[in-house]
Design a protein around this ligand. Structure first.
Ligand code: SF4
Length: 292
C-alpha cells in the first residue's frame, strides 16, 4: 500500500506570508493579536497560539488601544483601518496581494458606476471575511450573490460590473455569469456598461486540474482541511467528483480504517489553508493503521 501526499497541496503564498509575519514578530515579543482566524485550520491556529498568537474578534478590537494587530490574508474593509487609527492601533497588514488588488479593482469600479447609477455584483459567500473586505470598498452597496437563486437582487436594466471572491469555483462563476448575461439580454441591456472581471485566485483554481489528476491516480483520497475553509470545500468536491472514495477530514482522529480495505494507493491532499506538517502526520497515521 502506497500513501502519497499531493505535492501541490498546502499553504498558498498569501497564507505563508501571514503566518511567517506572525512567527517573525513572535520571536521578539510574547504575544501578538490577530484579527480573526489567521488561517481556516484549527490545528495550525493551536500551534500559533502556543507561540503567543491571540485571535481577537472585530467586537474585541473596538476595546483595544495602543496595541499591535495583525491583519490576515483575507483583508479588511476601510472601517477596520479607521478604527485602528482611532484606537492608536498599529496594524501589521498581511492582506494577500491578490485580495488587495481585487479590493482596488472593486473600489475603482464602484466609483465609476456610482456616477451612472450602476451596480457592483460580487459572487461570494455572504459574511465571509474576504467578502466583507470587498463590500467595504463600495460602502456596503455591492450586491452579494451566493448562487443563481440570489440573482433577483440585481436590477438588470442598469449597468453592471461583476467580480468574484478569489476562492470561488471557476465553473460556478461561469454559470452565474452565463445566467446574468441571459437576463441582461432579456432586458435588452447586454451592451450597457456590462463588465465581467476574472478575479479568481490561480493558487486555488490552478489546483483543481492537478487535484483531478491526483484523485484519478489514487484508489482512496483523504482530503485534509478546516471545516471553515471555502477553498477546502470547493477542492474536496472536485476530488469527490473524480473519485467517490474521497473523504474529508480535519485531523488524524477522523480517519477510519474501513476506508482503505482493498485499496492499493491512498492520496493525501488539502486546501490552501492546510499545513504540510498536518498532511504528513495524516500520512503517518494512515500508514500505521493500514493492514500490511
Ligand atoms: S487563496 Fe489566493 S487570494 Fe487567497 S490568500 Fe491564498 S494566494 Fe491569496
Amino acid at each position: 500500500m502506497k500513501v502519497t501526499i499531493d505535492q501541490y497541496s498546502g499553504f498558498c503564498f498569501g497564507v505563508v506570508y501571514a503566518i511567517e509575519m506572525a512567527e517573525e514578530i513572535l520571536k521578539t515579543q510574547d504575544t501578538l493579536y490577530c484579527l480573526g482566524d489567521i488561517v481556516h485550520n484549527n490545528r495550525e491556529i493551536d500551534r500559533l497560539k502556543k507561540l503567543g498568537l491571540q485571535i481577537i474578534t472585530h467586537k474585541e478590537l473596538e476595546h483595544i488601544f495602543n496595541a499591535t494587530v495583525l491583519i490576515r490574508a483575507h483583508g479588511e474593509p476601510p472601517e477596520t483601518y479607521a478604527l485602528a487609527l482611532k484606537n492608536n492601533i498599529k496594524l501589521l497588514d498581511a492582506s494577500c496581494p491578490v485580495v488587495l488588488k481585487l479590493q482596488r479593482q472593486i473600489k475603482e469600479g464602484y466609483e465609476k458606476l456610482e456616477e451612472v447609477g450602476g451596480q457592483i455584483v460580487i459572487f461570494g459567500k455572504e459574511g465571509h471575511a474576504e467578502v466583507k473586505g470587498l463590500l467595504g470598498q463600495t460602502k456596503g452597496n455591492a450586491i452579494t450573490i451566493a448562487s443563481i437563486q440570489d440573482l433577483h437582487k440585481i436590477d438588470f436594466s442598469k449597468p453592471l460590473s461583476v467580480y468574484s471572491q478569489t476562492t470561488k469555483n471557476p465553473n460556478a462563476y461561469k454559470e452565474i455569469v452565463q445566467e446574468i448575461e441571459k437576463r441582461l439580454k432579456l432586458n435588452n441591456n447586454d451592451r450597457l456598461g456590462y463588465v465581467v472581471h476574472d478575479t479568481l485566485c490561480r493558487q486555488v483554481s490552478g489546483r483543481e486540474p492537478q487535484l483531478t489528476e491526483f484523485s484519478n491516480d489514487n484508489d482512496v483520497i483523504v482530503f485534509v482541511s478546516g471545516k471553515k475553509s471555502s477553498n477546502g470545500k470547493m477542492l474536496f468536491q472536485s476530488c469527490k467528483k473524480q473519485n467517490k472514495n474521497s473523504y474529508f477530514i480535519s485531523n488524524e482522529e477522523d480517519i477510519k480504517q474501513e476506508w482503505f480495505v482493498n485499496a492499493k494507493s491512498v492520496g493525501v491532499c488539502g486546501a490552501t489553508s492546510t499545513p504540510r506538517w498536518l498532511m504528513e502526520s495524516v500520512k503517518d497515521t494512515i500508514e500505521q493503521i493500514l493492514p500490511n
